[in-house]
Ligand binder design. Structure first.
Ligand code: ATR
Length: 276
């Protein structure tokens, strides 16, 4: 039996176990997905121990993504290194490899559910924390010109500079939330990568800045129908909810681990059975 899992703290409410086990059931794989909560200072030992025990793959979540990216025992791919965070470890090769499928999750959700073509697009990312970093690097890597708006403007300008430095040919700019109105006027894509809207009916984006032709992804998935997505739909924009990003980061992790196409419909059904 292949063992996969998640390390984080806390992980009790994670939706990854049902999502991944639905994939194993669908494809008839003899595998299980379990959660682990190492102490905050034990992540290196946890990763080493997982390898020694023959664990096939691990997802990594808060607060360990940055710590894992810095482990010398992990060969982190270029994009995950640039983001500075790893959320997927693959133990199948001679060396443990680290990836960041949050990056692919945002890109695939926009392409597949939002029908967005990202190459040459103008994308606005709200948020410059962990999620904002993954989304900004993913969009730039996919060929979009990126504008990062954040409550703390300096974090946005720092992130934009890092994107331009690390992603060949990228253009990125950063600023405060007051830039949103002007930036959205000619934008093709908007992603909310802040926590605003989580368990609340708030939005970080003025409704008046939303327009037809915009594809809007909200990384928040609790609730699924956020105020931002309601405003976006009312403005005639295309909406993509946060469960799609969660799904596609999981599907990308599954594909790193197994080399097979993820059964996304089954994974999506399992995920949505746990969300409203
Ligand atoms: P995550 O890993 O989920 O991105 P994080 O690193 O703590 O979490 O980042 C949270 C993001 O949400 C940040 O961009 C934060 O803005 P600051 O950098 O100014 O802190 C943003 N955020 C959180 N609460 C916010 C609020 N009430 N209004 C606007 N932005 C907010």
């Amino acid at each position: 039996m292949d063992v996969y899992g998640l390390i984080g703290n806390p992980v009790g409410h994670s939706l990854s176990p049902p999502m991944h086990e639905a994939a194993y059931d669908t494809l008839g794989l003899n595998a299980r997905y379990v959660t682990f909560e190492p102490a905050e200072d034990a992540v290196a030992a946890a990763v080493e121990g997982a390898g020694a025990l023959g664990v096939a793959g691990l997802n990594v979540t808060v607060p360990f993504k940055q710590d894992v990216a810095a482990l010398p025992s992990v060969a982190t791919d270029d994009l995950a290194s640039a983001v500075g965070a790893v959320n997927t470890l693959d133990f199948s090769g001679e060396q443990v490899t680290g990836h960041n499928t949050d990056v692919e999750g945002a890109v695939r959700a926009l392409r597949e559910q939002g029908d967005a073509s990202l190459s040459g697009a103008t994308a606005v990312v709200v948020g410059a924390g962990g999620a904002g970093r993954a989304v900004a690097f993913g969009l730039a890597d996919a060929g979009a010109s990126v504008r990062v708006a954040n409550r703390t403007a300096s974090r946005a300008t720092d992130l934009a500079a890092a994107v331009e430095r690390e992603v060949g040919g990228a253009t990125a700019t950063g600023g405060g939330l007051d830039a949103l109105d002007g930036w959205l006027a000619d934008a093709d894509v908007l992603v909310n990568a802040t926590s605003v809207g989580m368990e609340s009916d708030e939005t970080p984006v003025p409704a008046s800045a939303l327009h037809e032709g915009l594809v809007v992804l909200d990384a928040v998935y609790a609730p699924l129908e956020t105020r931002l997505l309601r405003d976006a739909a009312a403005a005639g924009a295309t909406t993509v909810d946060g469960a799609w990003m969660l799904l596609h980061q999981g599907a990308a992790a599954f594909e790193h681990w197994t080399g097979e196409d993820a059964p996304v419909d089954a994974m999506n059904a399992a995920l949505r059975a746990h969300l409203d």
